[in-house]
Structure formats: structure tokens, C-alpha cells
Write a protein that binds this ligand. Sequence first.
Ligand code: GLN
Length: 511
Amino acid sequence: MSELIRLTAAELAAKLSSGEVSSEEATRAHLDRIAAVDGALNAFLATDADVSLAAAREIDARRAAGEALGELAGVPLAVKDVLVTTDMPSTSGSRILEGYRSPYDATAVAKARAAGLVSIGKTNMDEFAMGSSTENSAYGPTRNQWAADRVPGGSGGGSAVAVGAFEAPLALGSDTGGSIRQPAALTGTVGVKPTYGGVSRYGAIALASSLDQIGPCARTVLDTALLHDVIAGHDRHDSTSLDFAWPSMAEAARGGADPASLKGLRVGVVKQLMLDGLQPGVQARFDESLALLEAQGAEIVEIDAPHFEYAVAAYYLILPAEASSNLAKYDSVRFGLRVTPDGGGTVESVMSETRAAGFGTEVKRRIILGTYALSAGYYDAYYGSAQKVRTLIQRDFASAFDRVDVIASPTAPTTAWQLGAHGGDPLQDYLNDATTIPANLAGIPGLSLPIGTASEDGLPVGLQLMAPAFEDARLYRAGSAIESLITERDGSPFWAQAPSLAGASTGEAAN
Ligand code: GLN
């Protein structure tokens, strides 16, 4: 395995800026890695070596010409296929957008390019970001780099595995109910959902607009922070993006690297997030990490959040309602697939046959559910009630943050399950989101980092930290401190403990 791919983004950036390594070399090393292992993992839906290497060479030329470049200039970046890009197709994991080429770049991608990052490919995901395992992708599931028979979580399993398996040092994801944080937990990587509106959603193929947020994925807290700094900020193309002077997340992460910074931190543990179905190994690792925090002088405070119990139910009304409306635009006319029935058909039959062929089961289920929840006679009973619950959850968070600085929970109630284990039962997937959904309903930031493996299956366990809106930097500071403690405990960074895929060769794609 090339040494270059094992560097963190921060380390690689330093070698690029000193001239020790060129972006072309770094990009080629990652493309080679993808060629070697992605047949087995299926983390990428599209790569284009010519395009990526040309972009890398351009950065090298600009550096050689003495241009002042951003800190991450030349570093390869994987992009979740929910973000539209001009360089490769953008499908959001759906047949209905197969081969679709966008005429513009999503703002997060445009900002990354402007900062000199090199797009290395589009990553696999559950169709339209609906799912918790990446098994709902129309292009076959992604496999967990820790164990090929396990799911990587979802919907952003591709981005999480891309960074975890050293196919890219950095990746972009989207998080509507946990799709950055839960895959991070299940793959032993780091993922952050910023404050709602902190990063522009322009060019993110919309799932549920009041919940969607774009964020960074990487192997270390500092690396996610560096990418966060690049993509954050106001965008006139997204009216929900915040005009706010964000502090440097990288500075916060660097400042937190000394665990002594945890002294006096008030950490809330929400009773209702310590679910009955918590896997014993997840519970054990979580309790251990609380003990590590306490040993550094952090104070653990038990929090009651009575309305969290209804979060999953409210989310699975609000999300389908918004999704059914957002997905109405796939009408066979404006985007992607068109199925014409024998004999030509009518406008209606072309539309309905296209949607029948282009959407997968989970997407159809949510469109039907959402359309029903929004229908005239039921709007107040379902959508209206769910919005009221959302307000109550926001109030639970507000009173919690009167007493604590951050909230900690297991990121997901279980470790990665076997492919197919949920047998197409959507409820089992939905319940895996119980710990991540509240943050989306409240618009607050959340970070997941690995804290060890569960003794029963040897698979990664994630810790989730949440902070009040606008306090993303607090997550990076605390997350970085916890990461240092875990590295100290284990004698090596967590990402270095993943079973080596060095020998993996191009295997069967998992379709
Ligand atoms: N698993 C959740 C869902 O299926 C999360 C989706 C997401 O964050 N995009 O809706």
C-alpha cells in the first residue's frame, strides 16, 4: 500500500505545500487504491482518472508558479453522489438519474475546488439518501471495510468507506437524519453534521429541505474540521444558509488536542438516548469513554428529554412529507430516465411508468407515506402534529443546554449488521436512527468519532457529541480531546486499527 494514502489530510497537505509530494502523485495513489479495492467495496459510483489527474496537475502548476493556495490544495476529495458536479454523473443512488450530468457544481463542491481540493469520484449512497445501510442504492450496496459481509451504515456508506479504506483522505456527505454520523460510527471514521444552514445546500439533491445538511467525513477530527472550514459559509443561492462569522473549526480541533482542555466541560447524557435495544458492546464502550472524560475533569450530567421518545415517529412523517414534494420533479421530462410505453402512451402514462421503473421500493414507500400525510384531511393530524413534536424536542435541547456544554450519546444503538439482516423491514432501519435524528429535528450540530470496538463482534463503535446551534467549534474541540484519549489508550489512532485491505484485489461488485 502506498504510504501516501495512509497520511491524514492534514499530513498530506503539509507534504504538498512543502513540495515533497505533488498532487498528481497523491491523486494517482488514491486512484490506484480505488482500482485495487473498490471492486470489492463498491464505495464509488463514478471515477474519472483523466479528469482528476488533470485537476491535480493544474494545482501543481499553480503551486509551482508561486500562487498562494489554500491549506488543503491538492488533497483528493470524494463527493457523495447527492451533490451535483459537472465533472462526473450525479445520480443520488437512483436509476431515475442514471447518467445525469449537472450543468453546475454544488456550492460545497465549488468551494472545495476553489480551495484546490481535487475531486476523485462520486460515492455510493442509499437512493435519494433514504436508508441506514446503503443497501437501498440502485447500484448495489457498499461493503464495510472492517468486514465485507457487513453494511457500512447509510445513507452515506460510500463516503464513510472511501475514507475508512484509504480510497480518499476526505469526503463530503449529507445528513438528514444521521447519514454522515451513523456511517461514520459503523465504519470507525469521523463524520460531522454542521448546524443547519452552516453549509450551503445549493446543488445537494434535496431529500427533506428542513433537515438536510452537508458536512465532512474523514479519519480524524482535525481533518473533518479542515474540510468544514472550506465548505462553510453563506451562499446567496441557498436562502437557508446562514450569514454568520464562523470561527475556525481547525483551530478549535487543534486547540482541543490536549485532553486537559476537557477539564470543567459539562457533558450531558440523555436518558432517552440510552435505548433499551443498545448493544452491550456499544454500551460498554460508551460508558468507558464517559469514564475517560470524567478522569480528565469533565462533569457528567444526566439529562431528561421527555419528547425524544417521539423523535423517530415525527421524523418519519416530516421527512416523507418533504421528500414526496421534493421528488415530484422527477417527471420524465426535466431529468434523467424516460420510459415510453408501447404505442407512445399519454403524458400521465409516461410519467407513471418512468417513476415506477426509476424509483426503488423505499423511495416509493416514502412518497406514498408523505403524500398521504400531506393530504387535505390528514395534514393537521400527521404533518401538523409532527411539527409540534419537533418544537417540543427543540425545547428539550434548549433546557438541556442550559445545564451542559455538550451532549454525548452512542452514535448508533448497534454496530454494523450483516448485509440483508434487516430483510427489507424498514422499521429496523428507522430505529437505528433514534440517536441521530433529534439533532436534525432541532437543527443543531453533531459529530461522531470512533471510541473502540465492541467485544462481541470486534466492530467499531461511535460516540456522538451534540452542541447548541452555532457551536460547531465546541464539538471539534471536545471531539479532538476524546480522540487523543482514545489514541493514548490504544497506542495508535483508531483508523490505523482497521483490518488491512492491502491484499484486496478487484473482487465481485456486490450487486
Ligand atoms: N437513515 C435516515 C433515513 O433513512 C437518514 C437519512 C439521511 O440522513 N439522509 O431517512
